[in-house]
Design a protein around this ligand. Structure first.
Ligand SMILES: *Cc1c(COP(=O)(O)O)cnc(C)c1O
Length: 411
């Protein structure tokens, strides 16, 4: 019999979204007339913008011509896309990133889950609590934790509570560690890290020889230009940080699939003998061994996001979602609910009303309003007593959801 990876058995039952799906289906089956409003899973609802559709069509036609054959491309991504990323996502904000440090992929979920693989099993991992579940679960699968404790934490992983007191952006720990996952603007809390907060993290990482894994999947939702969009806007970060970005939320690519990871040439880890090893080279080795490149048509579509029309059209979509975020935040706040986030991220993080647990509120919200949200406890124990509402929906549905929530719960 093939022996399985026992570390997988440490994972706690039911990934969050399947459980939400199950409860929702059961509710719908019992209440076929109920009109559900989905503010749960963080998935886009608007169609692809015209500039992206056009690029997809053109690239597909091109590949159907004798002179347009594209087989395996560079595993790291086509130069046209990596150069556009460096120009528009970095140089435009005063950050110099070289195209050879950019690795195009088919998703940040994969990248943020796979990155741990190039690090030693003994690495001490720091996460904020709550956080995107991928960071913790992939480290558990890789054997970097002990068992789950009754509190919902895994032994051997360091959790920093994101609380109302620290603005949901905890600073670095008092002790040293090896890897720290940061996400700003944050999923699930909707908080955005200040420059000072990121400076503290970079200083800590440099002092303790740690590497920051910075997930900037939501950078396009930042409304204040003075806030950092990239960890590399912080001095010294190129020597201590890996950054990930995705086209999923900024350009509606959740069903198209394109993202990238930046591993600056100057970033190093150490081997068993204490010799410095380039992180970029290790990631390159992994990428080339396990990945055969993002499809040509998809990379053309991603490049179209950086064209004049693509930029404008995707910015309009982001603005549309951010209007929803503002409506939810302001309306529920005015009604007396305790709401956070939603200013630079498409998520509103609310304290559950009436002292309900996260899952009890989920069930009651569904039963009373047919609105689906996400229980905060699904993102980590410190999320208990909180609830995430997503801004990915139509204005009409968002207004309806607000109305129903206000009418059904005492703030
Ligand atoms: C949505 C999301 C991503 C993007 O994932 P893709 O695989 O690129 O679709 C990455 N990180 C966080 C925190 C997210 O919420």
């Amino acid at each position: 019999m093939a022996r399985i990876n026992d570390d997988y058995r440490k994972l706690q039952a039911g990934y969050l979204f399947p459980e939400i799906g199950k409860r929702t289906r059961e509710f719908q089956a019992a209440n076929p007339a109920a009109e559900l409003i989905r503010l749960g899973i963080g998935d886009i609802t608007l169609p692809l913008v015209p500039a992206v559709v056009e690029a997809l069509r053109e690239a597909a036609s091109e590949m159907g011509r004798d002179d347009g054959v594209h087989g395996y491309g560079d595993e790291q991504g086509y130069a046209f896309l990596r150069e556009a990323i460096c120009e528009h996502d970095y140089a435009a904000r005063g950050v110099a990133i070289a195209p050879e440090d950019v690795f195009v992929s088919d998703g940040s979920k994969q990248d943020s889950g796979n990155i741990q693989e190039i690090f030693g099993r003994a690495c001490r991992v720091v996460v904020t609590d709550p956080s995107y579940p991928v960071y913790v679960d992939t480290n558990v699968m890789a054997g970097r934790s002990g068992e789950a404790t009754p509190s919902g934490h895994y032994e051997g992983i360091d959790y920093l509570a994101a609380t109302a007191e620290n603005g949901f952006c905890p600073g670095p720990p008092e002790h040293a560690a090896d890897l720290a996952y940061l996400c700003s603007p944050n999923n699930p809390t909707g908080a955005v890290a200040s420059r000072e907060n990121l400076e503290a993290w970079v200083a800590w990482a440099r002092a303790s020889d740690a590497i920051l894994i910075f997930d900037a999947a939501y950078d396009a939702f930042i409304q204040d230009d003075a806030l950092p969009h990239s960890i590399y806007e912080i001095e010294g970060a190129k020597e201590c940080a890996i950054e990930m970005r995705s086209f999923s939320k900024r350009a509606g690519f959740t069903g198209v699939r394109c993202a990238y990871t930046v591993g600056p040439g100057g970033l190093v880890g150490t081997d068993a003998a204490g010799v410095a090893v380039s992180i970029r080279d290790l990631w390159s080795r992994r990428h080339a061994t396990k990945f055969n490149g993002t499809p040509y048509v998809i990379q053309r579509a991603a490049a179209a996001v950086f064209g004049e029309a693509g930029k404008q059209q995707t910015a309009e979509q982001v603005a549309y979602y951010m209007q929803n975020a503002r409506r939810i935040r302001e309306a529920l706040g005015a009604a007396g609910f305790d709401v956070f986030g939603g200013e630079h991220a498409p998520y509103i993080w609310m304290r559950t009303p009436e002292g309900l647990s996260s899952w009890d509120f989920f069930d009651q919200l569904l039963a009373k309003t047919s609105v689906i949200g996400t229980p905060g406890s699904g993102f980590g124990p410190a999320g208990e007593g909180y609830f995430r509402l997503s801004a990915f929906n139509s204005h009409a549905n968002v207004d309806l959801a607000i109305e129903r929530i206000r009418g059904s719960f005492a703030a």
